[in-house]
Ligand binder design. Structure first.
Ligand code: GRF
Length: 207
C-alpha cells in the first residue's frame, strides 16, 4: 500500500478527488496517511478530518524563520513515512532538501497544459487569466513530478479543456478543475501506486 501525504493550502477539491477515488475504488493501492496544510483555516483540513485522515498545519508565518518552517515541515512529512507526496494546491515552495530527498516521489497538479502558463507567478486565477488574455482555444491541467524548478519536472499526465465563448477566469478555473484536474490527479496516483510510472531523464514512461 502506497503511503501518501497530501500538502494543501486552500479549498482542497483535489484532495477531495483523491479521497473519493480511494472510496470508490479508482485508486486501489494507496492510502492518504496525513494531510499537511500551510494555512490553519484551510477548508482542505476539514475535508481531511471528515474522511478520518490526520490533518496538521505548518504555517510559514507562525514560524520564526524560513529555516524553522523548513525543519518543521520536513519533520511532519518524515513522521508520516510517505512513499508519495502530492502537492494539491500547495502554495508554498518546498524546501530544496525535501525535493532532493523525495526525488521522483513528489507530484504536483498545475491548472494549465505545461509548458504554457506555468512557472513563477502562475498560480490560482492568474493562470486562467493569462490563458484568456492570450486567447488560446484549449487549456487544461498537468500532473508532473516536482524537481528543483517551478513546474519544470517530468510530465506524467495532461488533459485538455476547451475554452468557451464568454469564459471568465472563474468559470474557466471551475471547468479545468472538474474536467481535468479532478480526473488526472487520481489517475496519476493510481498509476504510481501500481508501479507503472518511471522516468527516463525528463520523460515519463507509463508501463
Ligand atoms: C488547483 O487549481 C490546482 O491546480 C492548483 O491550486 C488549485 C487548488 O485547488 N495548484 P483545491 O485546493 O484543490 O481546490
Amino acid at each position: 500500500m502506497l503511503r501518501i501525504v497530501v500538502c494543501v493550502s486552500g479549498g482542497g477539491t483535489n484532495l477531495q478527488a483523491l479521497i473519493d477515488a480511494i472510496g470508490d475504488g479508482r485508486i486501489t493501492d494507496a492510502e492518504i496517511v496525513r494531510v499537511i496544510s500551510s494555512s490553519a483555516g484551510a477548508y482542505a483540513m476539514e475535508r481531511a478530518r471528515k474522511a478520518g485522515i490526520e490533518a496538521v498545519s505548518v504555517v510559514p508565518a507562525e514560524c520564526g524563520s524560513r529555516a524553522e518552517f523548513e525543519e518543521k515541515l520536513a519533520g511532519e512529512i518524515r513522521k508520516a513515512d510517505p512513499g508519495l507526496i502530492v502537492l494539491a494546491g500547495y502554495l508554498v515552495v518546498l524546501p530544496a532538501a525535501l525535493v532532493e530527498e523525495y526525488e521522483n516521489r513528489i507530484i504536483n497538479i498545475h491548472p494549465s497544459l505545461i509548458p504554457s502558463f506555468c512557472g513563477k507567478g502562475y498560480y490560482g486565477l492568474r493562470v486562467h487569466e493569462a490563458a484568456l488574455e492570450r486567447g488560446v482555444r484549449v487549456t487544461g491541467a498537468t500532473v508532473h513530478f516536482v524537481d528543483s524548478g517551478t513546474d519544470t519536472g517530468p510530465i506524467i499526465l495532461q488533459k485538455a479543456v476547451e475554452i468557451q465563448e464568454g469564459d471568465t477566469p472563474e468559470v474557466l478555473q471551475k471547468r479545468v478543475m472538474q474536467e481535468a484536474e479532478h480526473r488526472i490527479l487520481p489517475e496519476a496516483v493510481q498509476l504510481i501506486a501500481r508501479g507503472r510510472v518511471r522516468t527516463e531523464g525528463r520523460k515519463v514512461i507509463i508501463e
